[in-house]
Design a protein. Structure first.
Length: 402
């Protein structure tokens, strides 16, 4: 992005260390940047309280070292700008009732819609703090605003900041293309990166320690995640889509921060399929790979139970999942991996697996083709099969198809 000019929020009246909300001053700087056809909006060192602000095309929001943006604790300071991100279960009666979703669900501290060339960047030590704003009318009767909402943004870059204590998801990235997140740290709050309907995304060198899903979203295409820590009190990945590669990552539990609705810390599953019929899913799930990663300490390794509406797996089916070159251990319970009438292939290759104690590693049905290639089991286990005899597996397996 070509920088045309610099706009400091303090030049538009924002005051550091003030307890007054500075939303208007921040927005004035952003509007001036927009009217100049782009540039850099600078947040200097100091503490600023803001409600919802909107970025426009060709804008770089730069937090200088020592800058702290805090989300306002007044719910009236947030808005959606009359926009929606196109996540359609917000209007599905079943989920609205089950999760207590308000019509303003996707309000946030920072937002951009129908834009291009947006960058959020920080120098060392800059922080965005959502302050866990409580909303009795929000999701689950307590969740407040999102951290950031980006809808239909082309060329989005997120760099080198820490975001913590978001009252709902840290990042809504919906219908966006060419997204790159590097050296971002996410602490506490709810989902880390939520990627519904987005395409061509790279997440690299990030640390995600969330109370809910680290990576989430359905209808995701061409996602790569490298060298990233995924620590959670929910699911390390709750994802659906095509051409997804997770490489050299650490999947770990229990969560450093709690799952706020349940006040629990255990990790539910390392991979959970996500595809809801309440929204449009363009393709079945193919070419999904988790490679060269450490996957340690979770209740379950995988969760797939096709056509289960309650867990939002009743959209398009998963067709192919590969685990390659991973070290997998401290799994507490048997994982369900059920096609329920739709064929699916699960390939486990070059992995070292410590299965659950005295329980099957997996429960599969007759729609699952399970392939082991050069897999080592540190202790014997079995593969449970619905309606058929279980299959024992142990030691080193060169190749076996179940």
């Amino acid at each position: 992005m070509t920088e045309r000019a610099t706009f400091s929020v303090t030049d538009y009246g924002a005051e550091t260390q003030s307890e007054h909300v500075q939303t208007e001053q921040f927005q004035a700087a952003l509007n001036a940047c927009r009217d100049n056809n782009g540039g850099t909006v600078v947040v200097p060192a100091g503490q600023f309280h803001i409600g919802s602000i909107r970025l426009y095309s060709n804008t770089r929001l730069l937090l200088k070292s020592g800058a702290v943006i805090k989300g306002s604790e007044n719910l009236g300071d947030y808005q959606t700008f009359g926009e929606e991100p196109g996540i359609r279960y917000l209007h599905d009666d079943y989920f609205v009732k089950a999760w207590h979703l308000p019509p303003y669900y996707f309000h946030a501290i920072i937002a951009a819609y129908d834009a291009e060339n947006i960058t959020i960047e920080a120098e060392a030590g800059a922080i965005i703090d959502g302050q866990d704003v409580f909303d009795p009318d929000g999701e689950e009767s307590f969740r407040g605003p999102m951290g950031m909402v980006f809808a239909r943004v082309n060329q989005l870059q997120l760099k080198n900041y820490t975001i913590k204590n978001t009252a709902n998801w840290s990042h809504v990235i919906a219908g966006c293309t060419d997204v790159r997140a590097t050296d971002v740290t996410i602490l506490a709050g709810h989902d880390g990166f939520n990627l519904h309907h987005s395409n061509r995304i790279e997440i690299k060198n990030c640390v995600i320690k969330s109370g809910d899903d680290c990576l989430a979203g359905y209808d995701v295409a061409n996602l790569s995640v490298h060298d990233t820590v995924l620590n959670t009190a929910c699911n390390n990945m709750r994802i659906g889509g095509t051409n997804i590669l997770i490489d050299r990552c650490l999947f770990t539990g229990p969560g450093e921060y709690p799952h706020r609705s349940e006040n629990t810390f255990f990790t539910h599953a390392m991979f959970k399929w996500y595809a809801a019929d309440a929204d449009t899913i363009k393709a079945d799930g193919t070419n999904i790979k988790i490679e060269n990663s450490i996957m340690y300490d979770a209740k379950k390794l995988l969760t797939y139970d096709f056509n289960n509406k309650e867990i939002m797996q009743n959209g398009r089916p998963l067709r192919e999942l590969s685990l390659i070159g991973n070290v997998i251990g401290k799994i507490k319970e048997t994982s369900k991996f059920l096609g329920n009438g739709e064929p699916v292939k699960l390939r486990i290759e070059g992995c070292r697996i410590t299965p659950p104690d005295n329980q099957p590693l997996l429960m599969i049905d007759d729609m699952v083709e399970l392939i082991f290639d050069n897999v080592t089991f540190t202790t014997p286990t079995v593969i449970a099969r619905k309606g058929r005899a279980e299959v024992p597996v142990s030691g080193y397996i060169t190749r076996e198809v179940i």
